[in-house]
Design a protein around this ligand. Sequence first.
Ligand SMILES: NC(=O)c1ccc[n+]([C@@H]2O[C@H](COP(=O)([O-])OP(=O)(O)OC[C@H]3O[C@@H](n4cnc5c(N)ncnc54)[C@H](O)[C@@H]3O)[C@@H](O)[C@H]2O)c1
Length: 352
Amino acid sequence: MKILVTGNMGYVGPLVVRRLRESHPQATLIGYDMGYFAHCLTGASRLPESREDQQYFGDIRDVPEQTLQGIDAIIHLCAISNDPMGATFEKVTLDINHRASIDLARKAKRAGVKKFVFASSCSVYGFAEGGPRREEDALNPLTAYAKSKVQTEQDLAALASESFIATSLRFATACGMSDRLRLDLVLNDFVAGAIVSKRINILSDGTPWRPLIHVKDMARAIDWAVQRDRRDGGSFLTINVGSDAWNYQVKDLAAAVANLVPNVEVSINKDAQPDKRSYRVNFDKFSKLAQGFLPTVDLQSAVKDLRDGLLAMQFRDQEFRTGELIRLVTLKRLRESGQLTDDLVWKERSNV
Ligand SMILES: NC(=O)c1ccc[n+]([C@@H]2O[C@H](COP(=O)([O-])OP(=O)(O)OC[C@H]3O[C@@H](n4cnc5c(N)ncnc54)[C@H](O)[C@@H]3O)[C@@H](O)[C@H]2O)c1
């Protein structure tokens, strides 16, 4: 089996490749990435991409059709992947996350790719009161990022067929250690703050609901989706990925971190504007269909894993919120130093 992973050089990708290497030892694993964050390694003992058979440095906006010939499954992680980046690079976000994703799916279908796994997000629920959201519930995408995921899901549904099985995994907010750690995610930010300054600054009033999932468990779910058969959910399936036990309020996450990192002070921003993003999610469908691939990491283990990972890196950057482990900061720096164009194309590779 040949599996192509787009966006493999990000936060989630290295764990996906590790997982596939274990579960499909005979598979040919191929990465496809622009490498925006390739240099942002965090305590990796080897280049994560060395676990693959082949790596392309390419732009998903113009992936050559011949690259997809002979591929059995595509795991499509590549995206401008959070709300702040979507706000700063709105046009590019819609172009990469929606238009180019669907273009990739069309090319893949033409090339005979059999499985297409799309990394969507529970942020499509936006602000949702009245109980945990199910897949069929109304969506409320509040940002360019969330809108791009909704549009891609809709168009992907129309492309799926008996011979092109597509799965849209609506992931909860990720957390946990990676070879390319991000600190622009709520739990990761709390653990980093606790370690470097003995403080957790909650930017909201702490009440928003935020379901979480560990990156290792995201990789398990992706492995399930690669193997998913049409009998388990049909040619196109949209599914919430996470677990009911991980529907937390932000203040609970801070408390869990404070329990495991000694002498930490938690501050809540009482004057914060109400957080527009707050939702609980129902994961019944995932529990039913993905037996054997359900989340295994609990909150305590996730915090310990982050704490130990950051300590092993001797992480001391008190200014980490303006550092390179914040994706928006890295992209802006690459843009401002003239290495990327306004459209986020590498200058040396573009014709400008
Ligand atoms: N991290 C989360 O909390 C989370 C939650 C839900 C869903 N997701 C989704 O999972 C996927 C992976 O997330 P992540 O956290 O690893 O993101 P990331 O930003 O860390 O990595 C994305 C990767 O895509 C690559 N990329 C971006 N544009 C590209 C282009 N035009 N051509 C080729 N490569 C390009 C980047 O270089 C980067 O390596 C994304 O689709 C994201 O939206 C993430």
